[in-house]
Design a protein around this ligand. Structure first.
Ligand code: HEC
Length: 225
């Protein structure tokens, strides 16, 4: 049952008045707070979104800068590569006579010959099979340099040089065993490009056994193993 006032309105007692007032204030307070909070949240969302956009823009800018840098590096590399082709080096296989070859002085059995040809011949003989990359600069520069230097130290095709002494052969045989034992030869760059040139433990033993035997035969103090 409701107590009604004169015109049917709920009767206002101080208690209901106070309740209503409190309710109104509370509503106002809460909704106001809510609105305030909403604004704060909106602001925060906006800031975050804007920040993300700024970040995205910075990333894009950085990306396009990197692209530009890469483009320039690529261009320089391509131009450098093309220009390098004009600086060709000479690949030679000078003629030689049988009287000059290693076989003329040193006994080289078939199997040793095969190993030396496959692993050393490219740089230590005048029978170089020039690989395709020896025709392309800048690798051609390194390859030709290796062959020139290699031939200068030891050349199976020009083993016998003017004034050749047995000791020369002995020294070279010694050095060959030493180089394959230490892994200094064949050159690593060559091994990478020519997998067939890798020397097994047996191959090294084969070369060193041969080297020792030939050093002895030629009259030196054999060493190497
Ligand atoms: C890719 C080319 C290349 C191949 C293959 C190669 N060499 Fe050499 N070799 C060189 C060059 C270059 C030098 C001179 C520079 C140096 O001593 O490092 C050299 C030097 C040497 C020397 C002289 C080292 C010294 O101390 O004077 C010996 C011995 C030698 N090589 C043995 C061999 C033997 C044995 C093989 C095969 C198992 C072989 N090389 C394969 C390039 C080569």
């Amino acid at each position: 049952m409701r107590k009604t006032g004169g015109r049917g309105y709920p009767r206002h007692t101080p208690a209901t008045c106070l309740t209503k007032q409190t309710g109104a204030w509370l509503t106002l307070f809460v909704s106001g707070g809510g609105a305030g909070l909403n604004i704060l949240l909106l602001q925060e969302a906006f800031r975050r979104d804007y920040g993300r956009k700024l970040e995205a823009a910075a990333l894009l800018a950085r990306g396009s800068l990197m692209k530009k840098v890469f483009k320039w590096i690529l261009l320089i590399l391509v131009v450098g590569f093309v220009v390098a082709q004009f600086f060709q080096v000479v690949r030679t296989n000078p003629p030689f006579t049988a009287t000059q070859t290693i076989e003329n002085i040193v006994n080289v059995p078939e199997d040793v010959h095969a190993t030396l040809t496959r692993a050393c011949g490219a740089c230590h003989s005048n029978q170089t099979e020039w690989p395709w990359y020896s025709h392309v600069a800048p690798t051609s520069w390194f390859v030709v340099d290796h062959v020139d230097q290699g031939r200068r130290r030891i050349n199976f095709s020009a083993w016998v040089r003017p004034g050749h002494e047995p000791q020369d052969s002995i020294d070279r045989l010694k050095a060959m065993c030493r180089e394959v034992q230490s892994g200094g030869m064949p050159l690593t760059s060559f091994e990478i490009m020519h997998w067939h040139s890798w020397l097994s433990v047996d191959d090294v033993k084969q070369i060193c056994d041969w080297s020792t035997a030939e050093q002895k035969r030629l009259g030196g103090n054999a060493s190497g193993n």
